[in-house]
Design a protein around this ligand. Structure first.
Ligand SMILES: C[S@@+](CC[C@H](N)C(=O)[O-])C[C@H]1O[C@@H](n2cnc3c(N)ncnc32)[C@H](O)[C@@H]1O
Length: 280
């Protein structure tokens, strides 16, 4: 396990020792410094307590996370991840970042699709450990946050962040960091719950997220959990900026971006292409 902010070392669990490729250790991938500045800036979305609750909710949902996500997204979560991954396919043998990898669903799809070097970044050690035991070679877990990526400028051929950008504490800082690490012509694929720009559709999606989704999730979770970890989508939905604003943010940092909306704008893929890259 590579731990952002600590030393780079092998993760030695009772079960196995993970080997780290030379390109990581030779320093081509990691920065040799980590900012100690607090990451909560003017553009912060969540308080520290809210952020910790969201992270714990995903840990709690681990055994049924993928199946319930499919149900509450009307079966679109998987296909949208796959569609976004297809756009990264020219970079199969280079480093690709899966930010907010969580239970490792997108990383698993990347590996199944033939990607050879997938960095799964997440602040949760519980989720990273679980993903590392389930995923095959080619998955490199790194503990860290999107707002302060431990990687060098231009070290990634591409990046993807699925259902995670709404959870970060500072979306603007995170997108700026993705733009810093993704090299020229590389892409960032953002897959997430959307907030439509039209007030009517926004109201409709809000009613679904606040009133319907928690009941559907709880029904399918059944007796497998005491509470309902999917309720934590509600505060993160309220904090979302609109689909248009997210696309503008990606365009500002990357130089080019495109919005694809699904289910009346309640789900989105924002695709950003790096045309702004500067090595300095
Ligand atoms: C809802 S899960 C998404 C998991 C997965 N990417 C998927 O496709 O389903 C959101 C993940 O984002 C992680 N996360 C929260 N804050 C983060 C941050 N600041 N930077 C990176 N990941 C973060 C959480 O720990 C959690 O694992």
């Amino acid at each position: 396990m590579l731990v952002c902010g600590g030393s780079v070392s092998e993760f030695n669990s009772k079960r196995r020792v993970y080997s780290i490729p030379g390109s990581i250790l030779s320093g081509r991938l990691f920065k040799d410094w980590i900012s100690q500045e607090p990451i909560r800036g003017d553009t912060s979305n969540h308080t520290s307590d809210e952020w910790n609750d969201v992270k714990k909710a995903v840990e709690q949902a681990l055994p049924f996370y993928e199946s319930i996500s499919e149900v509450i997204s009307f079966g679109l979560a998987g296909p949208l991840r796959r569609r976004a991954i297809r756009r990264l396919e020219t970079q199969r043998n280079d480093w690709v970042l899966d930010s907010g990898t969580g239970p490792g669903v997108s990383s698993r799809i990347l590996l199944d699709d033939g990607f050879e070097k997938v960095i799964g970044l997440d602040p949760s050690l519980i989720l990273l450990r679980s993903s590392k035991t389930r995923l095959r070679d080619g998955f490199y877990p790194v503990r860290g946050v999107a707002e302060n990526l431990p990687f060098r400028n231009g070290s990634m051929a591409g990046a993807i962040t699925c259902f995670s950008l709404r959870d970060v504490r500072d979306r603007e800082a995170s997108v700026a960091e993705f733009a810093r690490v993704v090299r020229e012509t590389g892409r960032l694929e953002i897959v997430d719950v959307g907030k439509p720009d039209s007030p009517f559709f926004q109201r409709l999606i809000s009613l679904y997220v606040v009133l319907v989704m928690p009941i559907v999730a709880k029904f399918f979770i059944g007796g497998r959990a005491r509470g309902n970890p999917f309720r934590l989508i509600i505060p993160t939905f309220h904090q979302l900026s609109t689909n248009h604003n997210l696309t503008v943010l990606a365009e500002r940092e990357f130089g080019s971006s495109r919005l694809h909306e699904f289910l009346l704008g309640g789900l989105v893929i924002v695709e950003a292409r790096q045309t702004n890259f500067s090595r300095s």
